[in-house]
Write a protein that binds this ligand. Structure first.
Ligand SMILES: [Zn+2]
Length: 111
């Protein structure tokens, strides 16, 4: 039986989280940049731009939530709490952590 699949390499997970953090930082920077670029004086154009802003706001919010989860996960790694469910305190399945490295809950508490 292959046990490698269920083993979690903390360094690999950390690297992945740091990469994810950088990626989200960049994404948020780009979004903020888009917000700062001025709006067209044309009212019809403005309507489209406002719609774009709404979409952008949604993306921004999602990225911010994801970023805070990634930062939290990195903090938990520092304190040695990484991989423990925040609800029941049990160990989170490594397979689950591989898919969502910044999850704070085990599959039972998350569902
Ligand atoms: Zn749990």
């Amino acid at each position: 039986m292959d046990t490698e699949n269920t083993k979690l390499d903390p360094q690999a997970v950390k690297d992945e989280l740091i990469m994810k953090r950088e990626e989200l930082h960049k994404r948020l920077q780009n979004i903020n940049h888009d917000f700062q670029t001025g709006h067209s004086p044309d009212s019809e154009e403005q309507a489209t731009e406002r719609e774009n802003d709404d979409v952008l706001h949604g993306i921004k919010q999602e990225a911010e939530i994801e970023l805070s989860l990634v930062i939290e996960a990195l903090q938990r790694m520092e304190t040695g709490n990484y991989g423990t469910c925040s609800e029941c305190g049990k160990e989170i399945n490594p397979e689950r952590l591989k898919v969502v490295p910044y999850t704070t809950k085990c599959i039972i508490c998350a569902s």
